[in-house]
Design a protein. Sequence first.
Lengths: 271, 268
Amino acid sequence: MTKYLWMNAKHLLTNSYLIFWSILFIEFWVFMWAYVFGAYLPQMEEAVRLYMASAYGNLLMLSLSGAAITIASTLLYGSKSIRYVTKYTRLSPARFLIENFVSALIVLLTISAVMFLSVVGVFHAKFGFTILPVNPVGLLFSILLGAVFIYALAFFLNAVVVVLRSPKSSSFIFFLPLIFAFTAYAALWVDFGNLAYVSPFNCIVSTCYYYFSGKAPPTGNLTSMVQNNRPLVDVNMALASLIVWSIILMALNIILLRKMRGISIEEIRTA
Amino acid sequence: MIVCQNLYVTYKRRQEPVLKGVNGTFKGKSLILGPNGSGKTTLFRAVCGLTNITSGKILIDGKPVEEIYATKGVVSANFQEIYSLIDVKAFDLIRLYTDLAEGDPQLTLKIIEDFGITADFLKKRKLSELSSGQAKIFCTALALAMKARHVLLDEPFEELDPARKGRMVNYLNEYDGVVLINTHETWLLKNLQDWEAFLMFEGTLHGPLMVKDLLNARISMVEEPDALLRLRLSGRDINLVKGKGRGKLLTSLENLDKIYEIAEGPKA
């Protein structure tokens, strides 16, 4: 490993945009879920557990999607350097991708841990009892899969902007993860049916929900008062979907990395 | 050794190429002189792999530039944009890049301190927060400390005072490897007399000549049979003639941009 891995992880973790949008902004929604949306929730452990599972899954998805914007932006600003270092230093394109991936993963997992602790802590303060995930190893696995997908997507979006030499469109393209995440967030009110497997964002929520609560979530419309006879998510299908999406995006990233010539910082600033 | 073969570079489709069939072999210490906008920086960017080659080839030690990956110690350059991998303090950038290229961090600091910039200062500022002169020194020092066989320096004397220019000349003369400098300033010629010189105008490379031959070269607008070089600028022929005679001394031009004033002026 080179110094790049830890320096990049430290740089991302101290990035003020990431701290604000992925942590502080989402912390606000943790309080909203606990104290405003959950104000009339019965003080029953099982009910709170399902509600918390939904809160953690949805807020984690939004938080990681916000981090994707920062990851993609830092890659865009360093794109000329990436081209140079992968040619003329010991950091090959594959090694760069691995080190960038690991450093981003450290950051995404740190965010996930912060979200987890705050959801558990704030819900404890509101409801007076501590609820921990039913399957912590499974939850960790689903968070890891979600983080891998989010990283692959962030890198892919950056690669598209760089290869198409379209820095002007970056402000829209880089926000796609957050736009998709809010679309998936709509599953609280809308039943996506089988589309829940197509959207990796819904899959992140579903798998987190399952491993946190021990129960498969419905394919949508989570806030509905009618709880019976709703189709449930096949968690194995959701996991498979996340894995397939991540593999496809990572394969595309490896191909696009060799085609990237980079965009200069001046070009990005004047776009 | 860097070899360019019939190199064309176009930035946007349907636009005129910036490099128009560049041919040249750079194997020692070479100076590329040319006015602003002549394609010098684009040539360096192409060698660094930072820009697409439209047609032609660049070979570095016999290997096409497009096929070079993860090969440390081959090419270093002083473009600020290649030292922007992470937006960290300048001091950390030295640690990062010398680690990636297995260069010499102490040498980088020695060169930088020789130009009056301290390590403590670099610990407080990012590269983007340095003045353009400081950033140029920083990037040039890093390029020289990467221990690369080929160093490409884009206008390394820009914004340096005369004393610092002299120090930079010493570092370049002492460097053990192929050094390519591009500049539009002519004062350098008397300090780099043993170097090869290429002239670049409107995307075309001319040369090589020896720098010492350029020192007393004159620019003539009439046809000279024993001209060192014949150029076509702004639709007119220009002859570079060695020795005494008609025409203005090349070194009397502060920079190569002024050659257009001669080319567009009356015949002399």
